[in-house]
Design a protein. Structure first.
Length: 75
């Protein structure tokens, strides 16, 4: 019984995390595979509308909050 409850809670948590990440991916569909290929070839990309620097800053801040990095070892 306890195992089933724990497994259910873990499944629910995984589902919620999946939905949060999916929603974030849907919001960032402005960048296509063709644009990425162009960036790799030339280092630039042409866009129809100017970039929203505020949104970019928010996404970058969210990335650094979610990713935890270990301190570098000193040699």
């Amino acid at each position: 019984m306890l195992f089933g409850t724990v497994a259910g809670i873990l499944a629910l948590a995984a589902g919620i995390l999946y939905l949060i990440r999916r929603r974030a991916a849907i919001r960032s569909r402005n960048l296509t595979d063709d644009m990425i290929a162009q960036i790799e070839r030339s280092g630039t990309v042409d866009v129809d509308e100017p970039l929203d620097l505020g949104e970019i800053a928010e996404e970058e801040e969210q990335f650094w909050e979610e990713e935890r990095w270990d301190e570098a070892d000193e040699y």
